[in-house]
Design a protein around this ligand. Structure first.
Ligand code: VTB
Ligand code: MG
Ligand code: MG
Length: 314
């Protein structure tokens, strides 16, 4: 639960950068705040997923030790802001995220930046299959959800690489929700049994994949992924790093323990969490905490005193 303080801090510190056009400045403020707050949490974390590498963004470094140096040994995956471009533009759906699991349990996506992903809620277990055509997956999931295909909504990152995928989804009769960024929130929204999304598919960041897996385990949903090198050079690097490029990695391969925590706080408003809100002398944050072992989904609304946050030394 203490972890939520770190995502709250990152989100609050990113606020002055919302809509200011400088995504690295926003990310740096969030990274610094997260690092500082993580140092007060009772655990011995090693950053496995620092994110930011693909985007050449400021980051917590892979191998960096975080926490106060006592307590359980953990793997840590962070994305201080998923959606730095969204934040810089002042758009919706930017979040700050941390996932923590037992030491040695997180998949290390070393040298491969992208993966194909398919994510759905509990109804998709034993139903969706990354190796099958998207239209079949949509039809089968609709059946499992007892819905018409026409009532299905599929989230996809809005990227040129997804042109065919988007056409195939629409040809099946389902609708798309095109995401500017943020397939972590997209995957979680797809796995939640409330809201309009039924599935999230497409090629997205590998770090975001591992982070999403922690959340999906908490939600009892299903996720299948496969590494996606973009060119021969990345392909060779992946093989040299020992990756099996044909293997389908599920949420349980990406995080091999059920002892996982996932926390996120909204930076800007989104479908999963509201953004940071400042009113006079108070700042309100909206967060989600997911614990896989108990399957608990908590919403945490916190009210912070603005004067504490306006001082730089806090
Ligand atoms: C996604 C998305 C992120 O990177 O995983 C992604 O969730 C995919 O890469 O918000 P491209 O942007 O290069 O397509 C982000 O957009 C940024 O980390
Ligand atoms: Mg990201
Ligand atoms: Mg980021």
């Amino acid at each position: 639960m203490e972890l939520v303080r770190a995502t709250e801090a990152a989100a609050i510190r990113a606020v002055p950068f919302i809509g200011r056009g400088n995504k690295n400045a926003a990310d740096k403020a969030a990274v610094d705040a997260m690092r500082k707050f993580l140092a007060t949490v009772e655990f011995q974390g090693e950053v496995v997923i620092g994110e930011g590498e693909k985007d050449e963004a400021p980051m917590l470094f892979n191998g960096e030790i975080v926490g106060n140096g006592t307590g359980p040994l953990c793997d840590v995956a962070v994305d201080p802001i998923d959606g730095t471009s969204l934040t810089a533009a002042g758009r919706q759906n930017a979040l700050s995220v941390i996932a923590v699991a037992d030491r040695g349990s997180m998949y290390n996506p070393k040298d491969v930046f992208y993966m194909e992903k398919i994510v759905a809620g509990p109804a998709g277990r034993g139903v969706i299959d990354l190796s099958r055509p998207i239209g079949d997956n949509i039809r089968d999931l609709a059946k499992a959800l007892d819905k018409d295909v026409e009532d299905m909504t599929i989230a996809v990152l809005d990227r040129p690489r997804h042109e065919q995928l988007i056409a195939d989804i629409r040809a099946s009769g389902a609708g798309t929700e095109l995401l500017l960024d943020g397939d972590v929130a997209g995957g979680i929204n797809a796995a939640l049994q409330t809201g309009r999304l039924d599935m999230c598919v497409g090629i997205g960041g590998t770090p975001e994949g591992v982070i999403t897996a922690c959340a999906i385990k908490g939600l009892g949903g299903v996720m299948q992924t496969r590494l996606y090198p973009r060119n021969e050079q990345e392909r060779q690097a992946a093989l040299d790093a020992g990756h099996d490029l044909d293997r389908i990695l599920t949420q349980d391969d990406l995080v091999t323990t059920d002892n996982t925590f996932f926390v996120c706080t909204g930076v800007t408003d989104g479908g999963l969490v509201k953004g940071v809100n400042r009113e006079r002398d108070h700042i309100t944050t909206d967060s989600v905490v997911l614990r896989a072992r108990s399957g608990t989904f908590r919403r945490v609304t916190a009210v912070h005193r603005a004067d504490k946050w306006l001082r730089d030394d806090e």
